[in-house]
Design a protein around this ligand. Structure first.
Ligand code: CLF
Ligand code: SF4
Length: 519
C-alpha cells in the first residue's frame, strides 16, 4: 500500500444526505474545462493530440498508459442484467467483457454507489474516474446506470464518468450519455462479420424478442457500429474492447481494428480470452483455449500501425478500486463504508493531484533524458528484449518479488523502452495454482523475458530464475522503470559487443487462466 494514498482527512461521520449536500457545495477544481471536469496540474499533451482530447485522457488510467501508473479508477456494480449472451460469460460472475471470468462483485443501488464513490474519493485522492462496467451490461440497466451518474455529477463534479457496454442498446442512449457529460465509452466489439459472430454469441434479446445465430450477430454488429458512429460524431472518446479467441476471431480482429478506426474509435484494447472449465462458460467447458502471451503481443503489434493500442488493461472486476493492477475493493465493502467517516474534500483532492502530476512529469523527464543516450546506440539494431518489472505504481521498480501479483512487461530495443503488457501471477509466497509450485507459474508467465526487475528478492527464487535463463535484477530498486530498462539494455548490448554474452531470443509465455490466489 502506498503511504500517499492513506488520506488523513477523516472527519466525524455524516449521514448520506448531509454528505451529498456538502460535496455538492464544492465545484471541483478551480480551473475547469469542457463539461466542468477538473483540469488539475495540466501540462502540454503529446503532439498527436488536440488540447481537448488531452484534457480528457491525461488523467484517465485506461485511456493513457502513462497516466495508469499514477491515477486510479473505480467501478460501481449497479447494473446486474444483460441483454445478450457471450460464450465466454457465465452470469454467476461479472461481465467478462471487462472482467476476468470467475470474479463476483457486490451489487449496489445508485445511492449506495454514490456514497461509495465519495468514500473512495476521500481515501484515494488520485481516483479520477468512475466507471460502470457491470456486473451485467450498464445499458441493459439504464435507470440504475444514469441515476448513479446523476448523483455523482452533482456531488463530485471533478470525477470523470466512464461506461462500458456490449453496444446492443447503445444507439438508444447516446443522447443521454452526452447529456451526463460521459466523455469515455467502451464498446466490446469482437467481430464485424456475423459469420464469425455466430460462434461467439448464441443469442441476443432485442425489441422484446430473442434472436439467435447469424441474425443475432448481424443485429449486434449493426447496433455496435451505429452506436460507435453516433458517439464519435458527438466528440465522445470511444475505446473498443475485443476479446481474442484463437481459431474464432484472432485473424478477424485486424479487420475489426480497421472498421472501428474508420469510425473514429480512439483506442483499441485487444484482451486475451481467459477460459478455464471451472468458470462454467461455453468456451471453458468445450476446451476453447486463450492466446499465449506472444500470440497476443503479435496481434497487438500488427494493429498498432493502424491506431492506438491499449496494452495495460487488467480486465477489472465490476467493483474494482485503485490503480490498475492493484485491487483495493476489499477495503470498500458496503459494511465498511457504512462504518466509515467520510468527507469529500475537492480542494485536498486537487492539491494531491497536483503533487501526482509533478511526480508524473518527473517520470516523463527521466524517460526523455535516457532516451537521448539510447539514440547513440545504433549498434543495438537487431537486439530486442522483454523485461518483467515488479511495481506497485508511480513508474518505479518498487515491489518485492514475493509480493508481486503481476509483472509489467517492457520491450527494450534501439528505439527505447515501451510498456507492452502485464502478466498476472499468484503471490510467490502464497502457494501456487493447483498442484504446481508458484515459482513455476511465475516463470511460465514471464518466460519470454530476459530479466525481471524487483525491489528485493530472496536467494532461492533468484537461483531458480537464473536457471530458467531470466536475470533477476534488484540494483534498480526504487528507480524509474524506463530509465532502468534502458540502462540495463545498454549494459547488455555492451556485453554482447564485447563478446561476453551471446544474445538469444526467448520463447513464449503463458497468460494466467485460472482463479487468482492472493493474500
Ligand atoms: Fe472502467 Fe473501463 Fe472506464 Fe477504465 S476499466 S469502465 S475504461 S474506468 Fe480499464 Fe479495467 Fe481494462 Fe476496463 S483496465 S477492464 S479498460
Ligand atoms: Fe456476459 Fe458481459 Fe457478454 Fe453480458 S455482455 S453476456 S454480462 S460478457
Amino acid at each position: 500500500m502506498h503511504a500517499e494514498t492513506n488520506h488523513p482527512n477523516i472527519q466525524p461521520l455524516l449521514p448520506l444526505d448531509a454528505l451529498l449536500q456538502k460535496a455538492a457545495e464544492h465545484k471541483g477544481c478551480g480551473t475547469s474545462s469542457e463539461g466542468g471536469k477538473a483540469s488539475c496540474g495540466s501540462s502540454g499533451g503529446p503532439d498527436n493530440m488536440t488540447p481537448e482530447v488531452w484534457e480528457k485522457v491525461k488523467n484517465h488510467p485506461c485511456y493513457s498508459e502513462e497516466a495508469h501508473h499514477h491515477y486510479a479508477r473505480m467501478h460501481v456494480a449497479v447494473a446486474p442484467a444483460c441483454n445478450i449472451q457471450c460464450n465466454y460469460c457465465n452470469r454467476k460472475y461479472d461481465c467478462a467483457n471487462e472482467s476476468r471470468p470467475g470474479v463476483v462483485s457486490e451489487k449496489l443501488t445508485p445511492e449506495q454507489a454514490a456514497k461509495k464513490v465519495l468514500a473512495v474519493a476521500s481515501t484515494i485522492p488520485q481516483m479520477t474516474v468512475l466507471g460502470i462496467a457491470g456486473p451485467g451490461d450498464p445499458l441493459a440497466n439504464p435507470d440504475k446506470t444514469f441515476k448513479t451518474f446523476e448523483l455523482i455529477a452533482k456531488t463530485a463534479p471533478d470525477i470523470k464518468l466512464c461506461l462500458s457496454t456490449n453496444g446492443l442498446a447503445l444507439p438508444d442512449h447516446v443522447d443521454t450519455i452526452q447529456s451526463f457529460n460521459v466523455d469515455h465509452v467502451t464498446i466490446t466489439i469482437n467481430m464485424v462479420d456475423p459469420e464469425v459472430g455466430q460462434h461467439i454469441y448464441p443469442w441476443i434479446y432485442y425489441q422484446k424478442k430473442r434472436w439467435t445465430g447469424i441474425d443475432a450477430a448481424r443485429i449486434l454488429t449493426e447496433r455496435q457500429m451505429q452506436g460507435l458512429e453516433m458517439l464519435t460524431a458527438r466528440g465522445i472518446l470511444c475505446k473498443v474492447n475485443s476479446v481474442m479467441i484463437p481459431g474464432i476471431n484472432d485473424k478477424h480482429l485486424v479487420e475489426v481494428n480497421r472498421a472501428v478506426k474508420s469510425r473514429g474509435a480512439f483506442l483499441h484494447n485487444i484482451m486475451p480470452l481467459i477460459s478455464a472449465p471451472e468458470h462454467g462458460t461455453v468456451f471453458g467447458l468445450n476446451g476453447q483455449r486463450g492466446p499465449t502471451a506472444q500470440e497476443l503481443k503479435a496481434l497487438q503489434d500488427s494493429c498498432e500501425g493502424e491506431m492506438n493500442m491499449m496494452r495495460h488493461c487488467r480486465q477489472c472486476r465490476a467493483d474494482a478500486v485503485g490503480l490498475l493492477g492493484e485491487d483495493r475493493s476489499a477495503e470498500f465493502t458496503t459494511d465498511k463504508i457504512d462504518a466509515m467517516e467520510v468527507v469529500y474534500d475537492a480542494t485536498t483532492r486537487r492539491e494531491y493531484q497536483q503533487v501526482v502530476e509533478q511526480e508524473r512529469q518527473a517520470t516523463v523527464a527521466a524517460k526523455k533524458a535516457e532516451q537521448e543516450q539510447l539514440s547513440q546506440l545504433a549498434d543495438a539494431e537487431g537486439i530486442s528484449m522483454l523485461i518483467a518489472v515488479a511495481t506497485k505504481g508511480h513508474g518505479k521498480v518498487n515491489e518485492h518479488f514475493g509480493h508481486a501479483t503481476e509483472f509489467q512487461i517492457y520491450e527494450v530495443n534501439a528505439k527505447g523502452a515501451k510498456f507492452v503488457g502485464h502478466r498476472r501471477v499468484d503471490l510467490y509466497c502464497q502457494g501456487g495454482y493447483g498442484e504446481e509450485d508458484s515459482l513455476v507459474t511465475v516463470i511460465r508467465a514471464i518466460n519470454d523475458c530476459h530479466a525481471v526487475f524487483v525491489a528485493k528478492i530472496g536467494g532461492c527464487p533468484k537461483d531458480d530464475l537464473k536457471k530458467a535463463g531470466i536475470d533477476p535484477v534488484d540494483k534498480y530498486a526504487h528507480q524509474y522503470i524506463e530509465q532502468s530498462a534502458i540502462a540495463y539494455f545498454m549494459d547488455y548490448v555492451g556485453r554482447v559487443q564485447a563478446g561476453e554474452i551471446t544474445h538469444q531470443a526467448r520463447g513464449d509465455a503463458d497468460i494466467r487462466q485460472g482463479a487468482f490466489i492472493a493474500a
